[in-house]
Design a protein around this ligand. Structure first.
Ligand SMILES: *Cc1c(COP(=O)(O)O)cnc(C)c1O
Length: 444
């Protein structure tokens, strides 16, 4: 076999010369442009009329009674926490490997985050770890369909039911996905998500929360809005004395340029992500079973799928490649392709960041994470070592099924795996692992 590019052989491909449509996303057309211009020319950026139309259409698509759009996904998750009734002294169970916005705003409600392990294959909340995280103060579970992989909703919902807990789904990676034939975002008491431009459902800066529960819906509106926090919408007696001001203290209204884009994107979204799934399944079929690499994808046989496959990846198992340092592995892969492979293709375990250990946001003389707790939930972070040790390598995020081109990326993986022995002699070589706290994604 051809010598590795790292040792002077010919690279398998040149990523920079690949067809642009292989990776182009989001797909914006003249229809999106026209929708934006209409809002802009009418000076309706700050209105609510287009947003309400988007909410209606989104709720119908999401098979939920109510949808409330807001300025970004972070805010939608914060509002969802309030909507299900999370408050000071409560505990929220959240997997440690996710984007910080899944749980960081809990500190503003006086809620303590208890981190759970993720399953090393699905990268989603490990249901076997829920019991360990439970306490008399546990109020809710944050379920994240991580990188499009639908989490084990059967077990999460059963556990929540058995213990009287609320479930919030963070669908930021999995809009339009399915778990056993049922749409992601239809399981929890409320589902919240980001629709910012980097996600598979991409509208600019936008978030949305959906629910079937009228009380949750009213709490979302009251928390995020002032003009919509009115007698017309709000009937819950405990909210009625506080109309007209947003109960979060923040203005969460969506920009209508983004919701106008959302209306257009929604029409084509399901079709477009089907193509993404075809392309990435094609790639993963080619590399499936290679030693050292576990494809991060769900078995579709039961009606589950990977939604828009937000940032595909493999989980790296060095022990199957003679202990090969993953940084050396990705260095060799990058040399074969010109694709900027990253380690930590995803998020670092959140509990390792000082903001969850020592930061005192409210000046109460205690870390915010435990400011209202009756126990030091940080002690339990010791049980999270197995989540810390997971090594994820993102794979190219194909948006079009171009079989010849995708096959060459797979060939690069096969070549490096076949030559893994020769790489064992190389020194540990730190590469582009990114900044702590950031989403580690390669950009084209
Ligand atoms: C992106 C993201 C968010 C936050 O959404 P923004 O729109 O960026 O505020 C929340 N949770 C997860 C899992 C995300 O990936």
């Amino acid at each position: 076999m051809e010598k590795l590019a790292l040792f002077g052989g010919n690279p398998v491909l040149n990523h920079a010369a690949m067809p642009e449509e292989l990776f182009r996303w989001p797909i914006f057309t003249e229809e999106d442009e026209a929708a934006v211009l209409e809002v802009f020319r009418a000076n309706k950026m700050s209105g609510n009329d287009i947003t309400k139309e988007f909410e209606k259409e989104f709720a119908a698509w999401q098979q939920r009674k109510y949808a409330v759009a807001c300025c970004n996904g972070t805010m939608s998750i914060y509002a969802a926490m309030f909507a299900v009734g999370l408050k000071a002294e409560d505990e929220l169970i959240c997997p440690t490997k996710t984007y910080w916005a899944s749980c960081l705003s809990a500190q503003n409600l006086g809620v303590s985050v208890v981190f759970a392990n993720v399953d090393p294959d699905t990268l989603c909340l490990d249901p076997d770890d829920l019991e360990r995280c439970l306490s008399p103060r546990t109020k809710a579970i944050m379920a994240i369909h991580y990188k499009g992989y639908p989490c084990d909703m059967d077990r999460i919902m059963a556990f929540a039911k058995a213990h009287g807990l609320k479930v919030i789904e963070d669908v930021s990676h999995a809009q339009g996905g399915h778990y056993k034939g049922k749409m992601t975002g239809t399981f929890g008491d409320v589902a919240a998500m980001s629709l910012m431009s980097g996600k598979s459902f991409a509208c600019g800066e936008l978030g949305i929360a959906v629910t079937d529960d009228r009380r949750c819906y009213e709490r979302l509106l009251a928390f995020l809005h002032y003009e919509r926090n009115t007698e017309d919408e709000i009937h819950e007696p405990d909210l009625l004395p506080y109309l007209h001001l947003p109960l979060s203290g923040f203005k969460g209204r969506a920009n209508q340029i983004c919701t106008a884009v959302g209306r257009v994107q929604l029409k084509y979204y399901d079709e477009r992500i089907k193509e993404i799934r075809r392309a990435n399944n094609f790639f993963f079929n080619l590399i499936e079973g290679l030693p050292g690499l576990r494809c991060h994808r769900v078995d579709e046989a039961d009606g589950s799928d990977m939604a828009g496959w937000y940032i595909p990846c493999v989980v790296y198992h060095a022990e199957e490649l003679g202990g090969l340092d993953p940084e050396v592995f990705i260095k060799a892969l990058t040399a074969e392709t010109g694709f900027p492979f990253h380690l930590l293709g995803g998020n670092f375990p959140l509990h390792t960041h000082p903001v969850f250990q020592t930061y005192d946001a409210l000046g109460l003389g205690k870390p915010s994470r435990i400011a209202f707790a009756d126990r030091d939930v940080r002690e339990a972070d010791k049980e999270l070592k197995r989540s810390e040790n997971i090594v994820v390598i993102e794979t190219p995020y194909f948006r079009r099924l171009l079989p010849a081109e995708i096959t060459r990326y797979a060939d690069a993986f096969k070549k490096v795996v076949a030559h893994a022995n020769e790489l064992l002699t190389l020194e540990h070589a730190p590469t582009n692992t990114g900044e702590a706290g950031q989403w580690h994604a390669a950009v084209r």
